[in-house]
Design a protein. Structure first.
Length: 116
């Protein structure tokens, strides 16, 4: 049983090392990102459109995620009523449906970051 614990520990250590490396790389690139942000902020006509685009991306993705969770969730409850051993598979499907809202939020953050 102790041998099984070493693999997740090694994976966690590898993930931490990668995260630290990515963080250091991003810190080195911050001055370049700051210069591009000041250039993008110079155009004040872009800001209202960026806000509108971010709001639309977030709103539509949230509505789509709500609809997807409603459809998948109702089917999941029906499947779990018949076969309770499908819980893991059903949770993955519901999580994928919820991911639509997260993608919309990421797009909104990217739009606002680009606009300054």
């Amino acid at each position: 049983m102790r041998a099984n614990l070493t693999i997740p520990t090694l994976m966690l250590a590898l993930a931490a090392a990668v995260a630290i490396g990515v963080t250091l790389m991003l810190l080195q690139m911050m001055p370049a990102a700051a210069q591009t942000a000041t250039r993008a902020a110079a155009d004040s006509a872009v800001a209202p459109w960026a806000m509108m685009a971010a709001a639309i991306a977030t709103g539509l993705s949230t509505l789509a995620a709500g609809y997807a969770v409603a459809v998948v969730g109702s089917a999941a409850v029906g499947a779990l009523a018949e076969k309770p051993e499908l819980l893991g598979r059903v949770l993955i499907l519901v999580g994928l449906a919820e991911g639509i809202a997260i993608y919309g939020l990421i797009v909104a953050v990217l739009i606002l970051n680009r606009a300054g």
